[in-house]
Design a protein around this ligand. Structure first.
Ligand code: URA
Length: 232
């Protein structure tokens, strides 16, 4: 692995991330293709973004519907190159009806800004499950499986150039693999959906990065890898 010093222009984000704003060790991520086990069919019904959202909002497929204030389909650019998938709406998102409006969202915005991206320009944000699990618990694999049809429809609709899976639940929802982030990050994986094969990069959830700021530089590496995967 070569280490080179790399000048960054996105100092604001790096400061927000607690990384030295001017210099960062760039491990030169390489785009290593790894086939994931998942090969999902295209969504049964081709729908536009608004009807997918409407279906999610009225969904009662699982017990999460009983505790939510409202379902949170996702938000952003319907023609996004970047699809970011988190775990589940939190309390704030349940109240607002929008993904990533709390502290994790602020960090996510800073990460996007470092790539010259904004959540509504070239980016779409959604979650592995669209309803807030009571007491902020991790969604079960059954709940994620039941919700996966909506993710399929969103992917069909948006046709992103890369999917960034934020955390373990997102990695499961996108790749169908239950594994540690450590074992999944650092390589470009693929989600095959019908005729489409989309690069997937797994990284840490922003909530984890808020707890473990020393890991933020790894997330930066992952973002660079995802950007390379788009360009490749
Ligand atoms: N955490 C998530 O995983 N998703 C959100 O929308 C908010 C917090």
């Amino acid at each position: 692995m070569t280490s080179v010093r790399r000048e960054l222009t996105q100092g604001q984000w790096l400061e927000a991330l607690g990384v030295d704003p001017f210099w960062i060790v760039d491990e030169q991520p390489t785009v290593k293709p790894v086939e994931s086990g998942v090969s999902t069919p295209v969504a049964d019904i081709q729908q536009d973004g608004a009807s997918v959202d409407a279906a999610i909002k009225s969904c009662k497929q699982c017990g999460l519907a009983r505790h939510r204030k409202q379902a949170v389909p996702g938000s952003g650019d319907q023609k996004a190159e970047w699809l970011l998938v988190g775990e589940a709406p939190g309390v704030d998102e349940d109240r607002a009806g929008l993904p990533f409006v709390g502290q994790s969202g602020q960090l996510l915005d800073a990460m996007l800004a470092a790539l010259d991206l904004k959540r509504d320009q070239g980016v779409y944000l959604t979650n592995a499950v669209k309803c807030h699990p009571e007491e902020n618990r991790t969604p079960t694999t059954d709940e994620m499986d039941l919700c996966n049809g909506y993710l399929n429809q969103q992917i069909d609709q948006i046709q992103p150039k890369v999917i960034l899976a934020l955390g373990r639940s997102a990695a499961y929802a996108v790749l169908g693999q239950e594994a540690s982030i450590q074992s999944l990050r650092g390589a470009v994986r693929y989600r095959t959906q019908g005729e489409i094969r989309i690069p997937v990069v797994v990284t840490y959830h922003p909530a984890y990065l808020l707890r473990e700021p020393a890991e933020k530089w790894k997330a930066w590496q992952d973002l660079l890898l995802a950007r390379k995967a788009i360009d490749a």
